[in-house]
Design a protein. Sequence first.
Lengths: 202, 209, 336
Amino acid sequence: MTAADTDGLLVERFKRGDRRAFEMLVVKYQRRIERLIARMVRDSDLVEDIAQETFIRAYRALPQFRGESAFYTWLYRIAVNSAKKALADLKRDPVLTESAFAMREEDDETSRGPAELSSGETPESLLASKEIAATVNAAIEDLSEDLRQAIVLREIEGLSYDEIAEAMNCPIGTVRSRIFRAREAIAERLRPHIDAKEGRRW
Amino acid sequence: MNNDPAMNPDEMRRLLSAIADGEAGPAEVESGCGAWAADARLHERWHAYHLIGDVLRSEDLAYAPRHDQAFLERLQLRLDAEPAVLAPRALAQTDTPVTPRRQGWRLPLAMAAGVMALATVLVVANAPTDGSAPTIAQAPQALMPVAQGTQGAAAESVPALEPVPAGGRMVRDAQLDRYLRAHRDYAAALPGSLPGGAGRSVSTVAFER
Amino acid sequence: MRAWRSRIDGLGLLALLVLMCALQPVRAAAGAALSDDEARKWLARIQTAAHERNYQGTLVFSADGSLSSARVAHFNNGAQSYERVQALDGRMQQTLRHNDRVYTLWPQARVAVVEERDPLQASLRPVVEPRAAESYELRIQGSGHVAGREAQMLLLSPRDGNRFAQRLWIDSRSGLVLRADILGARQQVLESSAFSQVEIDVKPQPESVLQPMKQLAGYRQVRPAQVPTRLEQEGWTLNPPVSGFRLANCTRRALDPVEGGAAPQPVLQAVFSDGLTHVSLFVEPLDRSRHQQPLLTQVGATHTLMHAHGDWWVTVMGDVPAQTLKQFFQALERRR
């Protein structure tokens, strides 16, 4: 299964008029898109604005999207264009040139080391971010081998359920269930971070 | 492929997990979208599943959920303002329509002509500011200012003024208008120099003879 | 299989925590009050945009359930600035400005009021000032669209009861205010001005302003004088001053002529600003034939108070609560 199929059903759903499918895709990709733009645009005020603009442009253009590429590939290009346009509008030189933005592997989006503050980050947000990362890592460590393997194969190796079923020599239903339970276990550990609202004082 | 709207929360979460991996059928996706929109906890789960995936791949993507939620809410407001992408005729059953939160600005209602530029009695159409339809009050004959107690400011000792029943018509006379124009010449910020510093120096009230 | 690695360093985390405690509140997330610096930055941006940008559009004004609109244009090509506002209703009144010269035309009455403003006043066109941050707390409320353009929503909440809150929609690209709502004590919209349509960064068209200024055949031209002066010079003082409001301008001037009436008497107009809104204080000799009844009224967000003050007639008006006008009135003292 290719990456396109993962999003294909939500895209189809959106084309049939369901805006919520689009919003679900937003939730899925918003962090990656913001990260991407933050590498191009040093002004932190702009990063979120450009990310918003990216999704608005995607929303408008999505009805014409025919799946020639993966949805995320298409979205990625919109983000890059939006950032360059914003920079041009502000009459600033783009921080990086075109060639630097040839589509790369996903993990290249994250080039910074852990403790370096980017322009938008505050010590508060960096701390929140580290706590979340720490929580996820600890939760993964505590999973049983089956669950851990299933979720790692899915999220990091990008295998389909079929492929995971073959790799782990179990039925697809079991794969689906293991991934679900792994996610649930980690999500439970994340709940304090999610429920915090204003109460969390750093 | 269970399309049962009475699916329990656990089932819905399983469904979302499958949708996240592109391993669900169209009917399941439809069901999932509906449930996602309706249930805040499913909202959180969908978000959490993807946060987990992102963080596993790269810790730089560990954004605080509050940030992500704020982002989505901002975007939703903007999406509300977008023209509908498609006429949602193909939508199944119970879709809550997204209602635009902002009406477009309309140009002024038909206003009677009638112009005696400087000596006209101006009548303000008095209406609640909650957007309900305005009512045009009758223009009185005499050119007399009417004192009105403003909200929350009962007529006090100095100055002593006659209150007018709340919701009564207000009358501006042309004399007041001259002061208003002089006042609005200096319209600072807004809406004054809303470029309209001048915009408001133009008498901005509907009137009719 | 452990393809990920934890890169958290326990010590690093602790160091960050210590650093955090030593810092002041950091940049606010959407919805939290802006710091003083950020607030001033926003206000300065609005101020600059209003002065520098070339734009034209249709402004719709709404108050008390009624609407009116005007075509507006503003051009600035370096040294020269031009403005035009034209009421879009039967009256066809328009205001034209070229640098310090302001024409107000009443086509039906065929009257043109021509004023040469003091350069300080004319180009001052008091705009939002950064010092409004002293009297208002600013917060970003997200973004919206006005006239098809993306805008940031900025809420200015008064720090005391002497002024109204305002919500501004700032064009993301240019910093121009696209919409402004004045809010009452219960957050209800008292007045709203918004562009229904606008083009920003258009090519300046000075002729569209200069032409009408030359077509005044058959118009009675009135040239009132505006003489800058000082409150104290005129024998008045404000004691105590009303918090947040600073004197922005003080002139002796004539108000617009009344159709068929006598030549207007000069009035003293003192304008006080808090950086966002302003209050005008008019003082003139008491004329018992005209100045009969005290008045306290409200149109949209604008309150007006008129009352006798000894041998004088005082008018106070502004987009402020009535209590503020009363404070001004009560603080006004005759010195000689």
